[in-house]
Ligand binder design. Structure first.
Ligand code: AMP
Length: 282
C-alpha cells in the first residue's frame, strides 16, 4: 500500500499514475477511522479509478486547544483498516509543517452566510479552518470526486459552496450517516467516551427521531422546547444547541414553508466531549 507523508511526493505519484481519462476519488479525514469513514471510501472505490484518503488532524479548525490535544491519533490502526478494505487506496498522512509550511493560519472565507450558523456560531473560526484545509487538499490531490459525510451537514454545504464560488473542478458528494447499533452517530470522538457514556449517548439520536415525529404536527419552538427538556433531565449531558433549519440556507426556521427541506441539528456535551448529529425532517 502507498502511504505518503509529503505533498510533493503524493503529487508526483498521482501525476505518474493518473491521466486525463482516469478519475481520482478523495476522502478527507482526521483519522481514528470507523465504519463511517470506511463507507465513504467504499463509495469512492466504486466510482473512481484511484482513491486517496487523507489523515490529518487540522489544527486551524479547532477553536478549543484541549479538543485538539485530545483528538485521537491512531495512524497505525487506521492504515491497517484501510489496507484490509483495499490495499490500492492511497494514503496521505502529512505533518502540520508539510501542509502549512510554517504558517499555521487560516484563510478567511465568505460562504454566503452558511458559516454564521450553528457550528460557526459555537466554534469561532472553525469553517475558515475547514475551508483552508479542504482547499489545500483539493489543490494537492486534484480529485474529480470528493466524499463528505452528512454527519457534518453544515461542513458538506460549506464545501459545496466553496467549490461553486471558486469554480473548482471537483464534484462534492454527500454520504449518509453511519450509526452504532444503538443509533449513536459514529465519530472519532466516541473513542473518548466511557462504555456507559457511549450507551447513554443513544439519547441523542432517539431525541432527534422524536423531534422529527413532533415536527409533523408541532411548530419548531415547541419541538426545541421538548429537546431542551429531554437534556435537562439527562445527567452528564449538556445541550449546546438544537436547531431546525432550512437545508439549503441553514437559516433557522421561522415558519414552515411547503416544499422547503428542513433538517434538525444538535450539539451535545457528554462531560467534556462534544458530539453532533443531524436528521432530515422531510
Ligand atoms: P472526520 O475524520 O471526523 O473529519 O470525518 C471525515 C469525514 O467522514 C467527514 O466528511 C465526515 O462527515 C465523515 N463522517 C464522520 N463520521 C461519519 C459517520 N458516522 N457517517 C458517515 N460519514 C461520517
Amino acid at each position: 500500500m502507498r502511504i505518503f507523508d509529503r505533498q510533493v511526493e503524493l503529487s508526483a505519484h498521482l501525476k505518474s499514475v493518473s491521466s486525463a481519462n482516469t478519475t481520482i476519488g478523495f476522502v478527507p479525514t482526521m483519522g481514528a477511522l470507523h465504519q463511517g469513514h470506511l463507507s465513504l471510501l467504499k463509495e469512492s472505490l466504486q466510482n473512481n479509478d484511484f482513491t486517496v484518503i487523507s489523515i490529518f488532524v487540522n489544527p486551524t479548525q479547532f477553536n478549543n486547544p484541549e479538543d485538539l490535544a485530545k483528538y485521537p491519533r491512531t495512524l497505525e490502526s487506521d492504515v491497517a483498516k484501510i489496507e484490509k478494505l483495499n490495499p490500492n487506496i492511497i494514503v496521505f498522512a502529512p505533518s502540520v509543517d508539510d501542509i502549512y509550511e510554517g504558517k499555521t493560519v487560516s484563510q478567511h472565507f465568505d460562504f454566503d452566510g452558511l458559516e454564521n450558523q450553528m457550528e460557526g456560531k459555537f466554534r469561532p473560526g472553525h469553517f475558515d479552518g475547514v475551508g483552508t484545509i479542504v482547499k489545500r487538499l483539493f489543490e494537492i490531490v486534484q480529485p474529480a470526486n470528493a466524499y463528505f459525510g452528512e454527519k457534518d451537514f453544515q461542513q458538506l454545504q460549506i464545501v459545496k459552496k466553496m467549490v461553486e464560488k471558486a469554480q473548482m473542478p471537483v464534484k462534492v458528494i454527500g454520504c449518509p450517516i453511519f450509526r452504532e447499533a444503538n443509533g449513536l452517530a459514529m465519530s472519532s470522538r466516541n473513542e473518548r467516551l466511557t462504555a456507559q457514556e457511549r450507551a447513554d449517548a443513544a439519547v441523542i439520536y432517539r431525541t432527534l427521531q422524536a423531534a422529527k415525529m413532533r415536527f409533523g404536527t408541532e411548530n419548531a419552538k415547541r419541538v426545541a422546547d421538548y429537546v431542551t427538556d429531554v437534556f435537562d433531565n439527562v445527567p452528564g449531558f449538556e445541550l449546546e444547541y438544537f436547531e431546525i433549519a432550512d437545508e439549503a440556507t441553514l437559516e433557522p426556521i421561522t415558519e414552515k414553508i411547503e416544499g422547503r427541506q428542513y433538517r434538525a441539528f444538535i450539539a451535545v456535551f457528554v462531560n467534556k466531549i462534544r458530539l453532533i448529529d443531524t436528521i432530515s425532517l422531510n
